[in-house]
Structure formats: structure tokens, C-alpha cells
Design a binder for this molecule. Structure first.
Ligand SMILES: [Zn+2]
Ligand SMILES: [Zn+2]
Length: 108
């Protein structure tokens, strides 16, 4: 199957899928890593997140059953696909398939 052409797109389903499939791992030194498959091209990507100001944190998997965030602050992380596949039409110097979406981290 040919790869989707590069396109800077956001779709509500990206956020739903990413919330289900991404995980957040603490790396130490105030950083963590979001890891999971891009909801558009399915390549697993890793995204560093600075967490030094959070005492504890977790990925909020917003869903129909969990409409409201747990107690604490909600931080939005905009994630951009960073795959290295050859998506046609990708501008020089860019990476990824163009998809971007929002993930939410709650902290206390
Ligand atoms: Zn890709
Ligand atoms: Zn992608």
C-alpha cells in the first residue's frame, strides 16, 4: 500500500486514537516520553515531554466514560508526527506525515 501524501492535518479521531494508544514513560531528570503509533500513518514515534514542574503526572485518556479530568492541572501537548518515512509532497527539511493532534497530561 503506498504511503499517504504529506498533509498537515488534524482530525478529532487522531486525538481519540492517540489517547488510547500512547503511553507516557518517566525518563528521569524532569523529562518523560510519549510513545505510540501515529494515528495517520501508524509509525511508532517518541515525543519528549518536559515534566520538571510536575510532582506526579499521567496521560489522561479522555473517553466517553471519562469525560472529566481527574483532579489536578491539565496540560495540553501538541504532538506532530515525526516519522522518517517517505511521504510524497513533504516540504524540504520537514519530517513526519503532517498529522498533528493533542494529548492531555494531568499533573498534581
Ligand atoms: Zn509516516
Ligand atoms: Zn504520521
Amino acid at each position: 500500500m503506498p504511503l499517504e501524501p504529506y498533509e498537515e492535518v488534524n482530525h478529532p479521531s487522531f486525538e481519540e486514537e492517540a489517547a488510547k494508544e500512547f503511553s507516557l514513560t518517566r525518563l528521569g531528570h524532569g523529562t518523560a516520553e510519549l510513545r505510540g503509533p501515529c494515528p495517520r500513518c501508524r509509525t511508532v514515534i517518541r515525543v519528549p515531554v518536559v515534566t520538571s514542574t510536575y510532582k506526579s503526572f499521567r496521560l489522561w485518556r479522555r473517553s466517553g466514560a471519562q469525560q472529566f479530568p481527574p483532579p489536578g492541572d491539565v496540560h495540553e501537548e501538541i504532538v506532530i508526527c515525526t516519522c522518517e518515512e517517505e511521504h510524497t509532497g513533504r516540504p524540504e527539511g520537514k519530517i513526519g506525515c503532517g498529522a498533528f493532534w493533542r494529548l492531555e497530561i494531568t499533573s498534581s
